[in-house]
Design a protein around this ligand. Structure first.
Ligand code: FAD
Ligand code: NAP
Length: 581
């Protein structure tokens, strides 16, 4: 199996489709387009496939959606031949899977590796995109697809003096391929999001001294990694089509119980039982109560339960208190699953620096200086996150109709129709773009749905003699409103999270994903098509047409989800009647 790939320096070409990115989205996009007979070139900055799983090689990196769910569903044969070794596969295993997919479907011959896309310009006269790469090549295409990932552009290091440090510097998102040996070293880790929480316990096992610089504590629960739960495997084996369909029609892209019960409708004893089950589930998104995303009072009961757990694990009371998340509600910043994270702070060589009390003033030649004093280190690890959802898209200089710059259009926040398209940029598609469920879901389900929608649309256009597609202003404005309305009834906008763009200085504070769930979202996308591509304008030899309008809210179909849940024999939360409180 090939893993390293030479840059492909073929001369300029004219193709049907250019896809940017060879992560799971780009790979499946290429496979689908090939199947439909569209000539396609994928341009990838890395020298291998896998995207997220190519770049993020830090110790402890693994998925936190179960691997059985976090895998392609488009080919039952692929599913049959691949066996995940654990409930949550490691980064090397997921990368091996991406490589297996690339080999199995012979995808590499149409991927140009080590090729960064720098500019894409719409040529209205020719009805083509002109794509300029870091190698100086120009590729013309009818359709331009950004499969650049929601979490692929690292946030710039915004700590003064970072370039002054004389020791070793590592970034979780760009880890050396050969690994790092921290044995005997004094190591600082800055950041306590998912990447920090996964890597800290493992780095601590090697380091002589370990200091964690934490700005905002995170809610994390034990991953309880191990073999995939037998009930899940059984449900999958019994009827894989029904299982996959249940995932597609579920709110988060994983079959899970749906509850209508509020946290304050049940007794404290019942509430605790649900929270204990969540703690012991080893599941990132266990079903708890219906009002968790919307009621501060309800949500706070879970927050306090989780803080109690931290206090029960971490022996030093001051450290435990500093690790307790406060000031935002559970789920409004991406929660984490860990393996021994809080326990790590009981080790004698590990200490926590609470940056809310003693902020970093500068990084020096020898270490890190806070308002409490200076500390010396041999190595600093930055686990400081990403310019999420929009960063990698606007990092490319994309210019649409009448020279409109996408970066300028989105200066006050992204505006899209369905998270897939944006006004002023004909024949340009975004895979899991802002305004789609993406990061609030099992990304594999969202990726497959977007890729299928785009592929089917291109096929439809070819058959109908249509050359360009662009959303209408009415449709886009309606969708943006719908996305904001959804977020505004929840607690999410209150948190300074990357969902809100709040982690990147100067980034507009806008809720980036669509919170209505993959089930409702899929229905909306399907309904757009059923209504003759509601909200899209087409032009071509087959004529010009426009079916202007706003997609209305749609309800999910939970029947099939419930059937699978029954087969999984998960506890039916609905049966917990409010009257028993
Ligand atoms: P990516 O995998 O990000 O791939 C995008 C590719 O585009 C990259 O290879 C990048 O190099 C390339 N690219 C970007 N810009 C350019 C350019 N201008 N020119 C050329 N190439 C470019 N999601 C889950 O659902 N479950 C999980 O458990 C999970 N775990 C995660 C763990 C980590 C550490 C991270 C960072 C994210 C995780 N995610 C998870 C989200 C993850 O990003 C998605 O699941 C998925 O891998 C995204 O695939 P993608 O192809 O859309 O994007
Ligand atoms: P992240 O969640 O954004 O965490 C970044 C951390 O760095 C935060 O604790 C942040 O603090 C801190 N930070 C940023 N800038 C800082 C500064 N200048 N000074 C001090 N601290 C600073 O990023 P991530 O951990 O890479 O995770 C990003 C997303 O990728 C996750 O939310 C998840 O979706 C995905 N992911 C998943 C997994 C998995 O388990 N499968 C693993 C890794 C990543 P603030 O919170 O105060 O900003």
């Amino acid at each position: 199996m090939a893993t390293d790939n030479e840059p492909n320096d073929r001369s300029d070409v004219d193709v049907d489709v250019v896809v940017v990115g060879a992560g799971f989205a780009g790979l499946y996009m290429l496979h689908r387009l090939r199947g439909l007979g569209f000539s396609t070139v994928v341009l990838e900055a890395a020298d291998g496939v896998g995207g997220t799983w190519y770049w993020n090689r830090y110790p402890g990196a693994r998925c936190d959606i179960m691997s059985v769910d976090y895998s392609y569903s488009f080919d039952p044969e692929l599913e049959r031949e691949w066996r995940w070794s654990e409930k949550y596969a490691t980064q090397p295993e997921i990368l091996a899977y991406a490589n297996h997919v690339a080999d199995r479907y012979d995808l590499r011959r149409d991927i140009r590796f080590a090729t960064r896309v720098e500019r894409a310009t719409w040529d209205a006269g020719d009805r083509r995109w002109r794509v300029i790469t870091s190698a100086g090549a120009e590729i013309a295409c009818r359709f331009y697809v950004m499969a650049t990932g929601c979490l692929s552009l690292p946030k710039s290091i915004d700590i003064e003096g970072a370039d002054r440090f004389g020791g070793e510097i590592y970034y979780t998102h760009h880890w050396p391929h050969g690994g790092v040996d921290f044995t005997g070293k004094r190591v600082a880790v800055i950041g306590s999001g998912s990447s920090g929480i996964q890597s800290i316990p493992i780095i601590a096992k090697q380091a002589a001294q370990m200091t964690v610089f934490q700005r905002t504590p995170n809610f994390s629960r034990p991953a309880l990694n191990g073999p995939t739960p037998q009930a899940k495997l059984d449900a999958f084996k019994a009827d894989r089509d029904a299982y996959r369909q249940a995932a597609r029609l579920s709110p988060i892209g994983v079959p899970a119980p749906v509850t209508m019960v509020g946290a304050l409708q049940v007794s404290e004893q019942q509430r605790r039982a649900v929270y204990e089950a969540a703690w012991n589930s080893g599941d990132l998104l266990p079903t708890t109560f219906a009002d968790m995303p919307t009621s501060a009072e309800a949500n706070e009961t879970f927050c306090e339960f989780l803080r109690e757990k931290i206090r029960s694990i971490v022996k030093d009371p001051a450290t435990a208190e500093a690790l307790c998340p406060r000031g935002y509600y559970y789920g409004t910043k991406r929660p984490c699953l860990d393996t021994g994270y809080f326990e790590t702070f009981n080790l004698p060589h590990v200490r926590l620096v609470d940056l809310r009390r003693t902020p970093i003033t500068t990084i020096t030649n020898k270490g890190i200086q806070t308002t409490a004093g200076s500390m010396e280190f041999d190595a600093i690890v930055f686990a400081t996150g990403f310019d999420a959802m929009t960063g990698a898209i606007v990092a490319v200089d994309i210019n649409g109709r009448d020279g409109l710059s996408l970066k300028q259009k989105w200066a006050e926040g992204p505006k899209t129709y369905l998270g897939l398209t944006t006004v002023g940029f004909p024949n340009c598609f975004l895979i899991t773009g802002p305004g789609s469920p993406s990061v609030l879901s099992n990304m594999m389900v969202s990726i497959e749905q977007h890729v299928d929608w785009v592929s089917d649309t291109l096929d439809y256009m070819r058959r109908a003699g249509l050359e360009t597609i662009e959303p209408t202003g009415t449709a886009e404005a309606g969708w943006v409103q719908h996305v904001n309305d959804g977020a505004d009834i929840t607690l999410f906008p209150q948190a300074s999270s990357w969902y809100m763009g709040a982690n990147v200085p100067g980034k507009p504070r806008v809720f980036l994903p669509y919170i209505g769930g993959v089930d409702r979202y899929r229905k909306a996308c399907d309904e757009v098509v059923e209504q003759g591509y509601l909200g899209f304008r087409f032009e071509g030899t087959g004529g010009a047409r426009c079916n202007d309008g706003v997609i209305r809210r749609v309800q999910p179909d939970v029947t099939i989800v419930m059937e699978v849940i029954e087969s999984l024999r998960l506890p039916p939360i609905e049966s917990m009647s409010a009257t028993t409180a």
